[in-house]
Write a protein that binds this ligand. Structure first.
Ligand code: MD6
Ligand code: FE
Length: 214
């Protein structure tokens, strides 16, 4: 009996590279809690399209919660304790976010993960994130935990240089990627989101990335 249902109930684990693991469907048991907390965060600090240092409006809309939030403007990329749109601190990290991020990090082999920042990305059809490294954090010894919600997306996973081979894999509602160690500075991006309708999230993909920024 247990064996019969295992494929439906057991989150699957896929290794992406040394230090990086994909936990399929791992966030699904937290779906209701995550979505309620997300609504509260967005009500306090709404999604906005930031501008790159080069002056381009990003197609991905962003907001943050936690003690530090990732921001981009003409002067560069940085973590800031204040939301520049509201002039107030970012909303606190919801307990449900923290619990899930810690559990996922543990399962990825990174114990005692205590994120102080959660960057929230919203992709509408056509939105994309070009290849980048996450290098605005102070200590690359900490992993990043990334939760996908809503429409499926193609995640691009490269090497430590911008050029060179890029692997692609599909990330689905509830999937979590945990990466750190020798994968921490790998280039990565998200291909233009294909249109569709997700049964709980509608026409969008939302990604939560948990980091230790400071
Ligand atoms: C996204 N994710 O999935 C964008 N960065 O929408 C990221 O840029 C990312 O998923 C660092 C670690 C994991 C990620
Ligand atoms: Fe990133």
């Amino acid at each position: 009996m247990d064996d019969l249902f295992a494929p439906l109930t057991t989150p699957r684990r896929e290794s992406l590279a040394e230090g990086a693991v994909l936990l399929r469907a791992r966030a699904l048991p937290f779906e209701t809690i995550l979505l309620a907390a997300l609504d509260a965060v967005i009500a306090a600090s709404p999604f906005r399209h930031m501008v790159t240092p080069g002056g381009y409006r990003m197609s991905v809309a962003m907001t943050n919660c936690g003690a530090a939030g990732w921001v981009s403007d003409r002067s560069g990329y940085r973590y800031d304790p204040i939301d520049p749109v509201t002039g107030r601190p970012w909303p606190a990290m919801p307990d449900g976010f923290l619990t899930l991020a810690r559990a996922a990090a543990d399962e990825g082999g990174y114990t005692d993960f205590r994120p102080d920042a959660c960057l929230i990305n919203r992709y509408e059809p056509g939105a994309r994130l070009s290849l980048h490294q996450d290098r605005n954090e102070r200590d690359f010894g900490h992993p990043i935990v990334s939760v996908s919600l809503g429409l499926p997306a193609t995640f691009q996973f490269g090497g430590l240089k911008r050029t060179g081979p890029v692997r692609k894999f599909r990330v689905l509602h509830g999937d979590i990627v945990v990466w750190g160690g020798s994968a921490r500075l790998r280039y990565h991006g998200v291909a233009a989101l294909k249109d569709g309708n997700h049964e709980t999230m509608g026409r969008q993909r939302i990604n939560l990335t948990f980091r230790v920024a400071r």
